[in-house]
Design a protein around this ligand. Sequence first.
Ligand code: UDP
Length: 246
Amino acid sequence: MANQNKYVTISGVSFINIEKSQFLNSILIPRIKNEEKTFIVTANPEIVDRTIHDHEYKEAVLRSDFTVADGVGILVAAKMNKMNIKERIAGYDLLVDLLEFGNEERLKVYLLGAEESVNKKASDHVKVNFPNVEVVGRHHGFFDMNDDRIAKEINETKPDIIFVALGVPRQENWIHNNIDQFNKGVFMGVGGSFDVLAGTVKRAPDMWIKLNLEWLYRMMKQPERFGRNLKILKFMIRQLPIFKRK
Ligand code: UDP
């Protein structure tokens, strides 16, 4: 029988094995209430694959407090090695859940990343749909990684949650390099989620998500991601038990 460990390790990355609602209610919400600084990585195969060749990035990912499985590929990789991950936790879904909680508790949120126009639209979307969330600041994602003014400015706004949409590897690297300056805050890399909030990119219809086919929908809608998809395929092949050394 597949095991039910609290953590499942895939290529050196340790995933918390938990349902989304439990992760939110029994871990994240108490940590936000206690103002405990928290770094979350929502990792898909592309992220795990990157940690194999990119040492700086691996350090950033391993530094996180929690890595959750954001991608059917991670669940499949676990299964292929006789492990079981309870549920996929999509970064976008977690972002929306956190905004809902933020709306109930009047939390302060900072939006870092994406193109300026996307960032602005995402911020407007949050203000309209989660009116009690205080968007304490926002900044586009095309800045110099060594420019520490951004982190200083964010810190001054004392946000409870900092969503970082800089893509892989910049978002996790930025969090890793800057989190020490903060006394509190949930930091989460959210990839292309601002594009979805802004309405410039559509998520797959619910049925595709339920059938675990969001990746296929994305592949069809964004053929320019072909190179990235090929890397994911190679990663999946390497997860086959025959390629694992004991
Ligand atoms: N992005 C950014 N700065 C950069 C590179 C990317 O702000 O230097 C943004 C980009 O505009 C997009 C997001 O990061 O909004 C990541 O998008 P991607 O499709 O790569 O994310 P995924 O969802 O695939 O992780």
